[in-house]
Every structure is written in structure tokens, then in C-alpha cells.
Design a protein around this ligand. Structure first.
Ligand SMILES: Nc1ncnc2c1ncn2[C@@H]1O[C@H](COP(=O)(O)OP(=O)(O)OP(=O)(O)O)[C@@H](O)[C@H]1O
Ligand SMILES: [Mg+2]
Length: 257
């Protein structure tokens, strides 16, 4: 369980103070997959940077399984928008990096898991290449492989599929969900796509304008439904969320003026 209480972030410089996020209070159950939707600049990446340990200066609390969130204690996987592959390492070395950092022995069981993930994501042929020799979709799959191989307590993804064309994107989402169903890491991901939030989010969190707070949490009744994209309910829910977002953000802009 990830327990977030009154979490807020201000960016401080000698010129000014920007209140970028919060306060946010929410509980994320183990094995949840949370989609975060919100307007540009509302603090979504900031939120992930706190959860990944990149931002340490924040107010409030984030507690994962009874310990304050800490990348030294917890195994946290983060896929940033540019995939975060190290350009000077081959795909294989990128994928195995977390095991190396954590000093995990490469046992038969670990090797089986690694082989399974790599084959599932269809990147076995690419292991000797370097990130610059991959297409966007291939980089994406390598980044997903790396994240699952580390077997994270918490998996974070910042607009993970936004750089992909529509079909590659749907394929990546499907691969992700089928792997997720197998290992069920607790996952928080940010997206600008309502369809992606419905396809991949067990819960959908809608954030308000800057500084972002939680406007709404929707339990997604369509999560893990087969052939979801052809389902009429899928279109209904996405138009409902679209209207809610439009109304919410209009409302706030009026209140601000
Ligand atoms: N290093 C920084 N210093 C000062 N302000 C920052 C810094 N990084 C982000 N901000 C501000 O904090 C707010 C939240 O930024 P953040 O990147 O978290 O937004 P976001 O919701 O991820 O936006 P987008 O959807 O465009 O990626 C914005 O107003 C941004 O201008
Ligand atoms: Mg962002």
C-alpha cells in the first residue's frame, strides 16, 4: 500500500517560489494501476518525481509498505518520457542494469524471468544493439522490459507511449497490460490520452489545474475487458470523462478570474 498524505511541492529559486503540486492525499493499494490525467503544467511529472525519489524536498508524506518512500529501501522503476535508456549501454546491459545496481545474483529463476519478458516484448533480436539503433517503439519495449525485469515495488511511467504512432502505441499498451497481468506491480502512470487511461487504468485520477490537486478518482469498470476498444461502453466512458474534464477546467478558470 502506498499512502500519500498532504503531499505538496514548491520549486524554490532565488527569484521566486512556484507552488507546483498539491496538497494531495490518496491511498494506492498494492497491485493497483493508476492512470493520472490532468492539464499541462498541473504537476503530474512533479508527482512522479517525488514518488521516484528524484525530488526529495517536499511537504507531507509518502509511505510505501510502512516505510517512508525511499529508492534505497524500495525497488522503484521509473520510465521517463524519453524512455531513460543509457545510450552507452547495449539493450541487454540496459535491461539488466537494475539487477547489477541492486547486486542481485543472476540465478536460473531470474534468467527465466528475463528471457520470458524479453521474448514477450519481442526484443530478443535487439539485445546487442544500442538505443540509438532502435526505433521509438523498440526503445519503448526495451524500457518496459527493463522496468519489469527489476520486479519493482512501484512502477512509475511518465507519458510512456506518447512518442509512438497510433498503432504502435496500441500494441505497446496491449503488451504492457498482458505483462502487467502476469506480475501486477503497483503502477502509477501519467497520460494525456483519455482512451489510454481507460484502457490501462484500474483507477483514473483526474487532476485540477496548477497547483494540481485531485479533482476526481474514477474506479474504471472497463479495466481488463476483452476487445475493449470495440466496446460501446468504452466510447461512453471516454466521452463522460472528456466532458467532466472540460467542465471542471472551465469551472476553475472562471473561479480564478
Ligand atoms: N525545476 C522547476 N523549477 C520551477 N518550476 C518548475 C520546475 N519544474 C516544473 N516547474 C513548474 O511546476 C509546474 C508543474 O510542472 P510539471 O512538469 O510537473 O507539470 P506536468 O503536469 O507534468 O505538465 P505536462 O503535462 O506539460 O508534462 C509547472 O507550472 C512548471 O512550470
Ligand atoms: Mg509532465
Amino acid at each position: 500500500m502506498l499512502n500519500i498524505e498532504n503531499l505538496s511541492v514548491s520549486y524554490k529559486s532565488n527569484r521566486n517560489n512556484v507552488h507546483a503540486l498539491g496538497p494531495i492525499t490518496m491511498k494506492i493499494e498494492s497491485g493497483d494501476i493508476i492512470a493520472i490525467l490532468g492539464p499541462s503544467g498541473c504537476g503530474k511529472s512533479t508527482f512522479l518525481h517525488v514518488l521516484s525519489g528524484i525530488i526529495k524536498d517536499y511537504a507531507g508524506q509518502a509511505v510505501l509498505n510502512d516505510a517512508r518512500l525511499n529508492p534505497k529501501i524500495h525497488n522503484i522503476g521509473f520510465i521517463p518520457q524519453n524512455f531513460g535508456l543509457l545510450p552507452w549501454r547495449s539493450v541487454e546491459k540496459n535491461c539488466l542494469l537494475s539487477l547489477k545496481i541492486k547486486g542481485k545474483p543472476y540465478t536460473e529463476d531470474v534468467k527465466k524471468r528475463v528471457d520470458y519478458i524479453i521474448n514477450k516484448l519481442n526484443i530478443a533480436e535487439l539485445m546487442d544493439r544500442y538505443p540509438r539503433e532502435l526505433s521509438g517503439g523498440q526503445k519503448q519495449r526495451a524500457a518496459i522490459a527493463r522496468a519489469f525485469i527489476m520486479n519493482p515495488d512501484l512502477l512509475l511511467m511518465d507519458e510512456p507511449f506518447s512518442a509512438l504512432d497510433a498503432l504502435t502505441r496500441e500494441e505497446a499498451q496491449e503488451l504492457f497490460i498482458s505483462l502487467w497481468n502476469q506480475y501486477k506491480p503497483t503502477t502509477v502512470f501519467v497520460t494525456h490520452s483519455i482512451e489510454e487511461a481507460i484502457y490501462m487504468g484500474k483507477k483514473i485520477v483526474i487532476m485540477s489545474n496548477t497547483p494540481g490537486t485531485i479533482a476526481e478518482i474514477i474506479e474504471n469498470p472497463l479495466f481488463n475487458t476483452e476487445n475493449l476498444r470495440q466496446n460501446e461502453e468504452f466510447l461512453k466512458l471516454s466521452s463522460h470523462i472528456r466532458n467532466m474534464i472540460k467542465e471542471g477546467w472551465k469551472h476553475e478558470i472562471k473561479e480564478e478570474n
